[in-house]
Design a binder for this molecule. Structure first.
Ligand code: FAD
Length: 439
Protein backbone atom coordinates (compact mmCIF):
# COMPACT_ATOMS: atom_id res chain seq x y z
CA UNK A 1 0.00 0.00 0.00
CA UNK A 2 1.49 3.36 -1.02
CA UNK A 3 2.16 6.08 1.56
CA UNK A 4 -0.79 8.36 0.73
CA UNK A 5 -3.40 5.61 1.34
CA UNK A 6 -2.23 4.73 4.84
CA UNK A 7 -3.91 6.06 7.97
CA UNK A 8 -0.98 5.34 10.25
CA UNK A 9 2.66 6.38 10.11
CA UNK A 10 5.13 3.60 9.44
CA UNK A 11 8.70 3.43 10.71
CA UNK A 12 10.88 0.70 9.23
CA UNK A 13 14.06 -0.24 11.10
CA UNK A 14 16.53 -2.34 9.15
CA UNK A 15 18.96 -4.31 11.34
CA UNK A 16 17.97 -5.85 14.66
CA UNK A 17 21.32 -5.63 16.46
CA UNK A 18 22.56 -3.80 19.54
CA UNK A 19 20.89 -0.56 18.38
CA UNK A 20 18.06 -1.54 16.01
CA UNK A 21 16.40 -4.16 18.21
CA UNK A 22 16.42 -1.83 21.22
CA UNK A 23 14.84 0.96 19.16
CA UNK A 24 12.14 -1.32 17.67
CA UNK A 25 11.30 -2.69 21.13
CA UNK A 26 11.01 0.70 22.79
CA UNK A 27 9.10 2.34 19.93
CA UNK A 28 6.77 -0.67 19.70
CA UNK A 29 6.02 -0.51 23.44
CA UNK A 30 5.41 3.22 23.46
CA UNK A 31 3.69 3.88 20.14
CA UNK A 32 2.55 0.42 18.97
CA UNK A 33 -1.08 1.09 19.91
CA UNK A 34 -0.99 4.82 19.17
CA UNK A 35 -1.06 4.95 15.38
CA UNK A 36 2.61 4.26 14.67
CA UNK A 37 3.39 0.98 12.96
CA UNK A 38 6.93 -0.20 13.68
CA UNK A 39 8.49 -2.86 11.47
CA UNK A 40 11.87 -4.42 12.14
CA UNK A 41 13.71 -6.10 9.28
CA UNK A 42 16.63 -8.47 9.79
CA UNK A 43 18.19 -11.13 7.59
CA UNK A 44 18.35 -13.53 10.57
CA UNK A 45 15.52 -15.01 12.64
CA UNK A 46 17.23 -14.51 16.01
CA UNK A 47 19.43 -11.92 17.70
CA UNK A 48 22.62 -12.63 19.62
CA UNK A 49 24.32 -9.58 21.15
CA UNK A 50 27.45 -9.19 19.02
CA UNK A 51 29.99 -8.60 21.83
CA UNK A 52 29.26 -12.18 22.94
CA UNK A 53 30.32 -13.75 19.64
CA UNK A 54 33.86 -14.60 20.74
CA UNK A 55 32.29 -16.63 23.58
CA UNK A 56 30.03 -18.38 21.07
CA UNK A 57 33.13 -19.12 18.97
CA UNK A 58 34.93 -20.88 21.81
CA UNK A 59 31.79 -22.54 23.17
CA UNK A 60 31.80 -20.64 26.50
CA UNK A 61 28.34 -19.42 25.58
CA UNK A 62 25.59 -21.55 24.08
CA UNK A 63 23.77 -19.13 21.75
CA UNK A 64 20.65 -21.27 21.70
CA UNK A 65 20.12 -20.15 25.32
CA UNK A 66 20.99 -16.47 24.92
CA UNK A 67 19.47 -15.78 21.51
CA UNK A 68 16.31 -13.69 21.19
CA UNK A 69 13.70 -14.69 18.61
CA UNK A 70 12.72 -11.60 16.63
CA UNK A 71 9.15 -12.86 16.20
CA UNK A 72 8.68 -13.48 19.90
CA UNK A 73 10.19 -10.11 20.80
CA UNK A 74 7.96 -8.42 18.18
CA UNK A 75 4.81 -9.96 19.65
CA UNK A 76 5.73 -8.98 23.19
CA UNK A 77 6.81 -5.44 22.37
CA UNK A 78 4.16 -4.51 19.79
CA UNK A 79 6.15 -4.23 16.56
CA UNK A 80 6.15 -6.34 13.37
CA UNK A 81 9.03 -8.40 12.11
CA UNK A 82 9.99 -9.12 8.52
CA UNK A 83 12.82 -11.49 7.72
CA UNK A 84 14.89 -10.40 4.75
CA UNK A 85 18.03 -8.79 3.51
CA UNK A 86 17.84 -5.11 2.57
CA UNK A 87 18.69 -4.81 -1.12
CA UNK A 88 17.70 -1.32 -2.19
CA UNK A 89 16.03 1.91 -1.14
CA UNK A 90 13.79 3.99 -3.42
CA UNK A 91 13.83 7.45 -1.85
CA UNK A 92 11.21 9.21 -4.03
CA UNK A 93 8.77 6.32 -3.47
CA UNK A 94 9.84 6.01 0.20
CA UNK A 95 10.20 2.24 0.10
CA UNK A 96 12.79 -0.45 0.72
CA UNK A 97 13.21 -3.64 -1.27
CA UNK A 98 13.95 -6.90 0.55
CA UNK A 99 15.61 -9.84 -1.18
CA UNK A 100 13.74 -13.17 -1.51
CA UNK A 101 14.29 -15.66 1.32
CA UNK A 102 15.60 -19.17 0.54
CA UNK A 103 16.01 -22.21 2.79
CA UNK A 104 19.23 -24.21 3.12
CA UNK A 105 18.22 -26.39 0.15
CA UNK A 106 17.84 -23.33 -2.09
CA UNK A 107 14.04 -23.45 -2.18
CA UNK A 108 12.50 -19.97 -2.35
CA UNK A 109 10.35 -19.41 0.75
CA UNK A 110 9.47 -15.75 0.29
CA UNK A 111 9.54 -13.57 -2.82
CA UNK A 112 11.15 -10.15 -3.08
CA UNK A 113 9.13 -7.66 -1.03
CA UNK A 114 8.60 -3.91 -0.91
CA UNK A 115 7.98 -2.04 2.35
CA UNK A 116 6.79 1.56 2.32
CA UNK A 117 7.95 3.84 5.10
CA UNK A 118 7.41 7.31 6.50
CA UNK A 119 10.67 7.06 8.40
CA UNK A 120 13.49 4.62 7.77
CA UNK A 121 16.21 3.78 10.31
CA UNK A 122 19.23 1.90 8.97
CA UNK A 123 21.11 -0.03 11.66
CA UNK A 124 22.86 -2.81 9.73
CA UNK A 125 26.10 -2.72 11.76
CA UNK A 126 29.53 -3.46 10.35
CA UNK A 127 31.65 -6.34 9.14
CA UNK A 128 35.32 -7.23 9.36
CA UNK A 129 37.60 -5.29 7.03
CA UNK A 130 40.08 -7.52 5.20
CA UNK A 131 41.86 -4.41 3.80
CA UNK A 132 42.26 -6.30 0.51
CA UNK A 133 44.99 -8.55 1.96
CA UNK A 134 45.35 -11.56 -0.40
CA UNK A 135 44.00 -14.88 0.84
CA UNK A 136 42.06 -13.50 3.82
CA UNK A 137 38.57 -14.23 2.43
CA UNK A 138 39.56 -17.79 1.50
CA UNK A 139 41.61 -18.87 4.52
CA UNK A 140 40.49 -16.89 7.58
CA UNK A 141 37.53 -17.18 9.91
CA UNK A 142 35.52 -14.06 10.80
CA UNK A 143 33.35 -13.30 13.82
CA UNK A 144 30.71 -11.02 12.34
CA UNK A 145 27.67 -13.20 12.82
CA UNK A 146 26.35 -16.06 14.89
CA UNK A 147 26.79 -18.37 11.89
CA UNK A 148 30.48 -17.49 11.58
CA UNK A 149 31.01 -17.90 15.34
CA UNK A 150 29.28 -21.32 15.22
CA UNK A 151 31.43 -22.25 12.26
CA UNK A 152 34.62 -21.39 14.17
CA UNK A 153 33.38 -23.39 17.15
CA UNK A 154 32.85 -26.50 15.02
CA UNK A 155 36.26 -26.12 13.43
CA UNK A 156 37.84 -25.74 16.87
CA UNK A 157 36.19 -28.95 18.13
CA UNK A 158 37.13 -30.83 14.94
CA UNK A 159 40.75 -29.66 15.15
CA UNK A 160 41.04 -30.69 18.82
CA UNK A 161 39.63 -34.13 18.01
CA UNK A 162 41.94 -34.55 15.06
CA UNK A 163 44.99 -33.49 17.07
CA UNK A 164 44.14 -35.98 19.82
CA UNK A 165 44.60 -38.74 17.25
CA UNK A 166 47.78 -37.24 15.85
CA UNK A 167 49.60 -36.69 19.12
CA UNK A 168 51.35 -40.03 18.90
CA UNK A 169 52.77 -38.83 15.58
CA UNK A 170 54.36 -35.79 17.19
CA UNK A 171 51.87 -32.88 16.73
CA UNK A 172 51.70 -31.39 20.23
CA UNK A 173 50.27 -27.94 19.73
CA UNK A 174 46.93 -26.50 18.75
CA UNK A 175 47.92 -23.35 16.90
CA UNK A 176 45.55 -20.43 16.46
CA UNK A 177 46.56 -17.12 14.87
CA UNK A 178 44.45 -14.03 15.42
CA UNK A 179 45.01 -10.95 13.30
CA UNK A 180 43.97 -7.72 15.00
CA UNK A 181 44.44 -7.05 18.70
CA UNK A 182 41.37 -4.94 19.34
CA UNK A 183 38.80 -6.06 21.92
CA UNK A 184 37.67 -9.02 19.76
CA UNK A 185 41.17 -10.41 19.20
CA UNK A 186 42.28 -9.92 22.79
CA UNK A 187 39.11 -11.41 24.32
CA UNK A 188 39.15 -14.37 21.93
CA UNK A 189 42.80 -15.14 22.79
CA UNK A 190 42.00 -15.47 26.49
CA UNK A 191 38.76 -17.41 25.84
CA UNK A 192 40.70 -19.99 23.82
CA UNK A 193 42.83 -20.91 26.84
CA UNK A 194 39.70 -21.33 28.92
CA UNK A 195 38.19 -23.50 26.17
CA UNK A 196 41.31 -25.69 25.96
CA UNK A 197 41.15 -26.31 29.70
CA UNK A 198 37.44 -27.15 29.63
CA UNK A 199 37.65 -29.35 26.54
CA UNK A 200 40.38 -31.38 28.16
CA UNK A 201 38.40 -31.76 31.38
CA UNK A 202 35.50 -33.22 29.35
CA UNK A 203 37.87 -35.60 27.58
CA UNK A 204 37.14 -34.03 24.20
CA UNK A 205 40.69 -33.05 23.62
CA UNK A 206 44.19 -33.92 24.73
CA UNK A 207 45.26 -30.35 24.02
CA UNK A 208 45.82 -28.83 27.44
CA UNK A 209 46.36 -25.07 27.79
CA UNK A 210 50.12 -25.59 27.90
CA UNK A 211 49.87 -27.03 24.40
CA UNK A 212 47.81 -24.18 23.08
CA UNK A 213 49.73 -21.71 20.95
CA UNK A 214 47.82 -18.51 20.25
CA UNK A 215 49.62 -15.86 18.25
CA UNK A 216 47.99 -12.43 18.44
CA UNK A 217 49.19 -10.14 15.68
CA UNK A 218 48.75 -6.38 15.70
CA UNK A 219 49.93 -4.01 12.96
CA UNK A 220 49.91 -0.99 15.30
CA UNK A 221 52.43 -0.25 18.05
CA UNK A 222 50.07 -1.38 20.85
CA UNK A 223 47.37 -3.98 21.41
CA UNK A 224 43.97 -2.45 22.24
CA UNK A 225 45.01 0.66 20.30
CA UNK A 226 41.88 2.60 21.30
CA UNK A 227 42.65 2.26 25.02
CA UNK A 228 45.22 4.07 27.19
CA UNK A 229 48.67 2.36 27.19
CA UNK A 230 48.50 1.36 30.88
CA UNK A 231 45.35 -0.69 30.25
CA UNK A 232 46.77 -2.20 27.09
CA UNK A 233 49.92 -3.14 29.02
CA UNK A 234 47.91 -4.71 31.84
CA UNK A 235 46.06 -6.83 29.25
CA UNK A 236 49.32 -7.74 27.54
CA UNK A 237 50.86 -8.94 30.81
CA UNK A 238 47.81 -11.15 31.45
CA UNK A 239 47.86 -12.55 27.92
CA UNK A 240 51.56 -13.37 28.10
CA UNK A 241 51.01 -15.10 31.44
CA UNK A 242 48.49 -17.34 29.70
CA UNK A 243 51.00 -18.11 26.97
CA UNK A 244 49.77 -15.87 24.14
CA UNK A 245 52.51 -14.84 21.74
CA UNK A 246 51.70 -11.11 21.39
CA UNK A 247 53.23 -9.50 18.30
CA UNK A 248 52.89 -5.75 17.92
CA UNK A 249 54.11 -3.72 14.93
CA UNK A 250 53.58 -6.79 12.77
CA UNK A 251 51.88 -6.45 9.41
CA UNK A 252 50.24 -9.46 7.80
CA UNK A 253 50.65 -9.30 4.01
CA UNK A 254 49.09 -12.62 2.98
CA UNK A 255 46.98 -15.43 4.33
CA UNK A 256 47.49 -18.97 3.04
CA UNK A 257 46.01 -22.35 3.84
CA UNK A 258 47.27 -22.89 7.41
CA UNK A 259 49.65 -19.94 7.56
CA UNK A 260 50.06 -16.17 7.63
CA UNK A 261 52.91 -14.31 5.98
CA UNK A 262 54.17 -11.17 7.70
CA UNK A 263 55.76 -8.07 6.17
CA UNK A 264 59.27 -9.31 6.94
CA UNK A 265 58.60 -12.65 5.25
CA UNK A 266 58.00 -14.74 8.37
CA UNK A 267 55.49 -17.59 8.09
CA UNK A 268 53.23 -18.08 11.12
CA UNK A 269 51.60 -21.49 10.96
CA UNK A 270 48.16 -22.08 12.44
CA UNK A 271 45.41 -24.69 12.36
CA UNK A 272 42.86 -21.90 12.65
CA UNK A 273 43.23 -18.27 11.59
CA UNK A 274 40.86 -15.54 12.74
CA UNK A 275 40.80 -12.14 11.03
CA UNK A 276 39.60 -9.42 13.41
CA UNK A 277 41.55 -6.43 12.13
CA UNK A 278 39.05 -3.59 12.08
CA UNK A 279 35.58 -3.07 10.67
CA UNK A 280 33.78 -1.34 7.83
CA UNK A 281 30.09 -0.94 7.08
CA UNK A 282 28.46 -3.22 4.45
CA UNK A 283 29.22 -2.39 0.76
CA UNK A 284 25.47 -2.25 0.10
CA UNK A 285 25.25 1.16 1.78
CA UNK A 286 27.22 2.71 -1.09
CA UNK A 287 24.35 1.84 -3.44
CA UNK A 288 21.37 3.14 -1.46
CA UNK A 289 19.84 5.57 -3.94
CA UNK A 290 22.53 8.22 -3.59
CA UNK A 291 22.79 8.39 0.21
CA UNK A 292 26.17 9.81 1.19
CA UNK A 293 28.79 7.36 2.52
CA UNK A 294 32.39 7.72 3.70
CA UNK A 295 35.42 5.58 2.81
CA UNK A 296 34.34 2.93 5.33
CA UNK A 297 30.90 2.66 3.66
CA UNK A 298 29.23 4.30 6.66
CA UNK A 299 26.20 6.52 6.01
CA UNK A 300 27.05 10.13 6.75
CA UNK A 301 24.63 11.50 9.34
CA UNK A 302 24.16 14.87 11.00
CA UNK A 303 24.10 15.34 14.79
CA UNK A 304 20.37 14.46 14.74
CA UNK A 305 21.29 11.09 13.12
CA UNK A 306 19.44 11.97 9.90
CA UNK A 307 21.36 10.95 6.78
CA UNK A 308 22.90 13.98 5.08
CA UNK A 309 20.76 13.72 1.91
CA UNK A 310 17.40 12.52 3.20
CA UNK A 311 15.75 13.80 6.33
CA UNK A 312 13.36 10.82 6.51
CA UNK A 313 16.21 8.33 6.67
CA UNK A 314 18.21 7.89 9.87
CA UNK A 315 21.25 5.72 10.56
CA UNK A 316 22.62 4.54 13.88
CA UNK A 317 25.28 2.26 15.33
CA UNK A 318 28.33 0.97 13.48
CA UNK A 319 26.95 1.87 10.05
CA UNK A 320 26.58 5.60 10.88
CA UNK A 321 29.37 8.13 10.37
CA UNK A 322 28.51 10.60 13.12
CA UNK A 323 30.92 13.35 14.21
CA UNK A 324 31.80 13.30 17.89
CA UNK A 325 30.62 16.40 19.73
CA UNK A 326 32.37 15.72 23.03
CA UNK A 327 35.57 17.55 22.10
CA UNK A 328 37.52 14.37 21.28
CA UNK A 329 37.29 14.83 17.49
CA UNK A 330 36.75 12.15 14.86
CA UNK A 331 33.73 9.89 14.53
CA UNK A 332 31.69 8.11 17.18
CA UNK A 333 33.46 4.71 17.51
CA UNK A 334 31.77 1.47 16.38
CA UNK A 335 30.80 0.16 19.79
CA UNK A 336 27.78 -1.37 21.46
CA UNK A 337 27.47 1.52 23.92
CA UNK A 338 27.33 3.99 20.99
CA UNK A 339 24.62 1.94 19.22
CA UNK A 340 22.68 1.79 22.50
CA UNK A 341 22.99 5.56 23.08
CA UNK A 342 21.97 6.43 19.51
CA UNK A 343 18.90 4.16 19.77
CA UNK A 344 17.98 5.83 23.09
CA UNK A 345 18.44 9.30 21.56
CA UNK A 346 16.11 8.57 18.64
CA UNK A 347 13.58 6.91 20.94
CA UNK A 348 13.57 9.88 23.32
CA UNK A 349 12.89 12.34 20.48
CA UNK A 350 10.67 10.23 18.24
CA UNK A 351 7.58 12.19 19.22
CA UNK A 352 9.20 15.35 17.80
CA UNK A 353 10.30 13.48 14.67
CA UNK A 354 6.71 12.34 14.06
CA UNK A 355 5.52 15.95 14.34
CA UNK A 356 8.13 17.00 11.76
CA UNK A 357 10.11 18.99 14.35
CA UNK A 358 13.89 19.29 14.66
CA UNK A 359 15.51 17.20 17.38
CA UNK A 360 18.60 17.99 19.50
CA UNK A 361 21.98 16.67 18.40
CA UNK A 362 23.31 13.40 19.77
CA UNK A 363 26.43 13.60 21.89
CA UNK A 364 28.45 10.43 22.44
CA UNK A 365 29.24 9.74 26.08
CA UNK A 366 32.23 7.50 26.55
CA UNK A 367 31.62 5.52 29.74
CA UNK A 368 34.87 3.64 29.23
CA UNK A 369 35.90 0.31 27.80
CA UNK A 370 36.27 -3.05 29.41
CA UNK A 371 38.06 -6.04 28.01
CA UNK A 372 37.25 -9.47 29.38
CA UNK A 373 40.13 -11.91 29.49
CA UNK A 374 37.76 -14.82 30.08
CA UNK A 375 37.74 -16.10 33.68
CA UNK A 376 41.33 -14.95 34.14
CA UNK A 377 40.84 -11.19 34.40
CA UNK A 378 38.94 -8.15 33.17
CA UNK A 379 40.68 -4.83 32.58
CA UNK A 380 39.55 -1.47 31.35
CA UNK A 381 38.76 2.10 32.16
CA UNK A 382 35.57 3.63 33.44
CA UNK A 383 34.22 7.12 32.83
CA UNK A 384 36.10 7.36 29.50
CA UNK A 385 36.04 11.03 28.58
CA UNK A 386 33.38 11.96 31.14
CA UNK A 387 35.95 12.96 33.73
CA UNK A 388 39.39 14.55 33.32
CA UNK A 389 41.20 11.26 33.90
CA UNK A 390 39.61 7.88 33.28
CA UNK A 391 39.63 5.39 36.13
CA UNK A 392 41.45 2.14 35.51
CA UNK A 393 39.63 -0.93 36.80
CA UNK A 394 40.63 -4.56 37.01
CA UNK A 395 39.42 -7.81 38.49
CA UNK A 396 35.99 -8.42 40.04
CA UNK A 397 34.75 -4.83 39.79
CA UNK A 398 35.69 -4.67 36.11
CA UNK A 399 34.01 -8.05 35.50
CA UNK A 400 30.85 -6.84 37.20
CA UNK A 401 30.67 -3.72 35.05
CA UNK A 402 31.49 -5.75 31.91
CA UNK A 403 28.59 -8.13 32.57
CA UNK A 404 26.31 -5.21 33.41
CA UNK A 405 26.72 -3.86 29.83
CA UNK A 406 24.96 -6.95 28.53
CA UNK A 407 22.38 -6.77 31.29
CA UNK A 408 21.58 -3.18 30.24
CA UNK A 409 20.93 -4.40 26.71
CA UNK A 410 18.65 -7.10 28.11
CA UNK A 411 16.84 -4.54 30.28
CA UNK A 412 16.15 -2.46 27.16
CA UNK A 413 14.67 -5.56 25.51
CA UNK A 414 12.87 -7.32 28.37
CA UNK A 415 12.53 -4.90 31.29
CA UNK A 416 14.00 -5.41 34.77
CA UNK A 417 11.95 -8.37 36.00
CA UNK A 418 12.45 -10.59 32.98
CA UNK A 419 16.15 -9.66 32.84
CA UNK A 420 16.52 -10.73 36.49
CA UNK A 421 14.83 -14.05 35.64
CA UNK A 422 17.05 -14.54 32.58
CA UNK A 423 20.13 -13.87 34.76
CA UNK A 424 18.86 -16.42 37.29
CA UNK A 425 18.32 -19.04 34.59
CA UNK A 426 21.85 -18.37 33.32
CA UNK A 427 23.17 -19.05 36.84
CA UNK A 428 21.19 -22.27 37.12
CA UNK A 429 22.43 -23.37 33.73
CA UNK A 430 25.99 -22.85 34.91
CA UNK A 431 25.32 -25.50 37.56
CA UNK A 432 23.31 -28.04 35.57
CA UNK A 433 24.86 -27.78 32.09
CA UNK A 434 28.43 -28.36 30.89
CA UNK A 435 30.58 -25.24 31.24
CA UNK A 436 31.36 -25.38 27.55
CA UNK A 437 29.24 -26.18 24.50
CA UNK A 438 30.59 -29.57 23.51
CA UNK A 439 28.95 -30.13 20.12
C1 FAD B 1 33.44 -10.41 18.96
C2 FAD B 1 33.03 -8.96 19.20
C3 FAD B 1 33.23 -8.40 20.46
C4 FAD B 1 32.82 -7.07 20.70
N1 FAD B 1 32.98 -6.57 21.95
C5 FAD B 1 32.52 -5.32 22.23
C6 FAD B 1 32.61 -4.79 23.55
O1 FAD B 1 33.14 -5.44 24.46
N2 FAD B 1 32.11 -3.53 23.78
C7 FAD B 1 31.53 -2.78 22.79
O2 FAD B 1 31.07 -1.66 23.06
N3 FAD B 1 31.44 -3.25 21.53
C8 FAD B 1 31.91 -4.50 21.21
N4 FAD B 1 31.82 -4.99 19.94
C9 FAD B 1 31.22 -4.11 18.89
C10 FAD B 1 29.69 -4.16 18.98
O3 FAD B 1 29.27 -5.48 18.90
C11 FAD B 1 29.10 -3.33 17.86
O4 FAD B 1 29.60 -2.02 17.93
C12 FAD B 1 27.58 -3.27 17.97
O5 FAD B 1 27.02 -4.56 17.92
C13 FAD B 1 26.99 -2.40 16.85
O6 FAD B 1 25.61 -2.41 16.95
P1 FAD B 1 24.71 -2.16 15.65
O7 FAD B 1 23.29 -2.12 16.12
O8 FAD B 1 25.24 -1.01 14.89
O9 FAD B 1 24.95 -3.43 14.72
P2 FAD B 1 24.88 -4.99 15.03
O10 FAD B 1 24.74 -5.26 16.46
O11 FAD B 1 26.03 -5.58 14.30
O12 FAD B 1 23.53 -5.42 14.29
C14 FAD B 1 23.37 -5.32 12.90
C15 FAD B 1 22.15 -6.14 12.51
O13 FAD B 1 21.84 -5.87 11.15
C16 FAD B 1 21.53 -7.08 10.48
N5 FAD B 1 21.84 -6.85 9.06
C17 FAD B 1 23.03 -6.58 8.51
N6 FAD B 1 22.92 -6.37 7.18
C18 FAD B 1 21.60 -6.49 6.89
C19 FAD B 1 20.85 -6.37 5.69
N7 FAD B 1 21.41 -6.05 4.51
N8 FAD B 1 19.51 -6.57 5.73
C20 FAD B 1 18.90 -6.89 6.92
N9 FAD B 1 19.57 -7.02 8.09
C21 FAD B 1 20.92 -6.81 8.08
C22 FAD B 1 22.40 -8.13 11.16
O14 FAD B 1 21.86 -9.43 11.01
C23 FAD B 1 22.37 -7.64 12.62
O15 FAD B 1 21.31 -8.23 13.33
C24 FAD B 1 32.22 -6.29 19.65
C25 FAD B 1 32.06 -6.87 18.38
C26 FAD B 1 32.46 -8.18 18.15
C27 FAD B 1 32.27 -8.78 16.76
Amino acid sequence: MANAERLYQHVVIVGGGAGGLELATRLGRRYGKKGLKVTLVDRETTHVWKPLLHEVATGSLDPSIDEVSYRSQARQAGFSFQIGQLEAVDRPQRCVRLAPVFNAEGERLLPERTLYYDYLVIAVGSQTNDFGVPGVKEHCCFLDSREQADNFHHRLLDTCLKLSGQRAQGERFLRVAIVGAGATGVELSAELYNAAQELMSYGLSKVDPRNMKVTLIEAGPQILGALPPRIANAAKVELRKLGVDVRENTQVVEARDGALITGNGEEIQAHLIVWAAGVKAPELLKKLDGLETNNRNQLVVGPDLRTSRDERIFALGDCAACERRDGEGGLVPPRAQAAHQMASHLYRHFGQILKGEDIPGYEYKDYGSLVSLSKYSTVGNLMGNLTKGSVMVEGHLARLVYVSLYRMHQVALFGYIKTALVALVARINRVIRPRLKLH
